[in-house]
Design a protein around this ligand. Structure first.
Ligand SMILES: N[C@@H](CCC(=O)N[C@@H](CS)C(=O)NCC(=O)O)C(=O)O
Length: 234
């Protein structure tokens, strides 16, 4: 196994929630790394060679070897830098539950968020916001069982599921700025809203945060590309 102290590089972008997730894990574990900002509209050789299957960020390069997929990277970081507090729960059942919800976030919540961004009319966006609120509701319902009534999904401090969901809060905020929609809503999901407030106050969230204006700019570019593709397909 590669040594803990050997060179760590992160191929990411400042706006990628999945890269933010990895930055959060590295911060929690106290790992120093080099952040290599990628241009996703003009992918570089290192990214293509490091993640030839999906060609996506983030990729963590540790001692020259690439690790792909943000949740796999978080688990890798957790295992390699085992000296710092564990991100995943110690109990196998709790670990399985945390992994289940993290996969749920990346499937249902991310899908719902992108659907809002892709909407082309106000009506479509309103419908998709309802779907997004329905997608986050099960996480609201799971919060007490996961947290044991404590501040974070992982208990007294931030852990695996906190970073799995928390990395998306900056995009939620960008959607609010762009379209006035609120995905984690204090009225409908009060526990999640309170959790989000606490999470954003942590040093980890502050250190890894994406600037909202950069997300808005990037999201605008994506929407322009999708609109051009739709027009070309007509
Ligand atoms: N499941 C992947 C998702 C990564 C992902 O979607 N990355 C986006 C940026 S947020 C990307 O690299 N997109 C470039 C592309 O699709 O070509 C993970 O968790 O790492």
């Amino acid at each position: 196994m590669a040594g803990e102290g050997e060179g760590v590089k992160l191929l990411g972008t400042v706006v990628s929630p999945f890269a933010v997730r990895v930055r959060m894990a590295l911060h929690l574990k106290g790992v120093s790394y080099e952040d290599l900002e990628q241009d996703l509209f003009d992918k570089g050789e290192l990214l293509l060679a490091s993640n030839p299957v999906h060609k996506k960020v983030p990729v963590l390069i540790h001692a020259g070897r690439p690790v792909c997929e943000s949740l796999a990277i978080v688990e890798y970081v957790d295992e390699v830098w085992a000296g710092a507090a564990s991100l995943l729960p110690a109990d196998p059942y709790d670990r399985a539950v945390a992994r289940f919800w993290a996969a749920y976030v990346d499937d249902k919540v991310v899908h719902a968020m992108l659907a809002i961004l892709r909407a082309t009319t106000k009506e479509e966006r309103a419908e998709r916001l309802d779907a997004a609120l329905a997608a986050v509701k099960p996480l609201e319902d799971a919060f007490d069982a996961c947290s044991g009534g404590k501040a974070f999904f992982a208990g007294d401090s931030v852990g695996y599921l906190d970073v799995a969901l928390g990395c998306h809060l900056f995009w939620f905020e960008a959607l609010r700025e762009m379209f006035g929609v609120t995905v984690v809503d204090a009225g409908r999901t009060p526990r999640l809203a309170a959790w989000a407030g606490r999470f954003l106050e942590t040093e980890t969230a502050k250190k890894a945060a994406s600037p909202i204006e950069s997300i808005v700019e990037y999201a605008g570019k994506l929407r322009a590309i999708w609109a051009a593709m739709a027009a070309a397909a007509k």
